[in-house]
Design a protein around this ligand. Structure first.
Ligand SMILES: CC(C)(COP(=O)(O)OP(=O)(O)OC[C@H]1O[C@@H](n2cnc3c(N)ncnc32)[C@H](O)[C@@H]1OP(=O)(O)O)[C@@H](O)C(=O)NCCC(=O)NCCS
Length: 167
């Protein structure tokens, strides 16, 4: 991991910094309702399913997931810090929190949608596989699944799980 940032489980001390970044990236998330998002964030912090990247005390990367639903539900990196591997590190940290034989799904933009170019390449590079076409907030999206066919996850799992949990 590059040493200008660290990845960890978010605490209540990170709440304000997290929401500052949500405001910066909110155009990428058309269906986001701020007060509902705040409740979800509080819940995720209490369940230790909110992962953030920080440059010193500044929150520069956000990831929310659900162990119960097997989903990655929110991912964003500050525009000034993209392309440095931060999203990759946060996703790998999340994957280590799941039991080895469980699949993880995420919904993102469809192929050909410029908004989804970075996210789609990122998920594919990590080993997520394209799944069904869906709609979210009336917007055409696609589900990606990690671990569903076994091999992609097993290969990555070997390199992830044996590193242990970084929290
Ligand atoms: C998608 C996003 C989270 C990626 O964060 P990031 O920290 O820049 O990603 P990483 O540096 O870990 O990139 C890993 C890989 O993703 C792909 N990728 C990342 N940004 C890309 C871009 N702008 N264009 C094409 N591919 C890209 C590349 O394959 C990259 O690997 P490489 O650097 O070896 O080429 C970030 O661009 C973002 O916050 N976008 C807006 C919000 C969003 O789209 N969230 C996901 C919604 S489902």
């Amino acid at each position: 991991m590059d040493d200008f940032y660290s990845v960890s489980c978010a605490t209540s001390d990170d709440f304000d910094g997290w929401m500052l970044l949500v405001d910066i990236v909110s155009d990428d998330f058309p269906g986001l309702v701020r007060n509902e998002y705040e409740k979800v964030l509080q819940d995720c912090i209490s369940k230790r399913t909110a992962i953030c990247a920080k440059n010193q005390d500044r929150v520069i990367g956000l990831l929310l997931f659900s162990l119960e639903n097997g989903t990655l539900s929110f991912l964003a990196v500050h525009p000034d810090y993209r392309g440095s591997g931060i999203a990759t590190d946060m996703i790998k940290t999340m994957i280590r929190r799941f039991p080895q034989n469980e699949s993880i799904s995420v919904t993102t933009y469809r192929e050909g949608d410029a908004k989804g170019e970075a996210a789609r390449k990122l998920y594919k590079k990590i080993g997520f596989i394209e799944d069904e076409l869906v709609e979210e907030f009336d917007y055409p999206c696609q589900r990606f699944v990690f671990g569903v066919k076994g091999e992609a996850k097993n290969n990555l799992a070997q390199s992830l799980f044996f590193k242990g949990n970084i929290y």
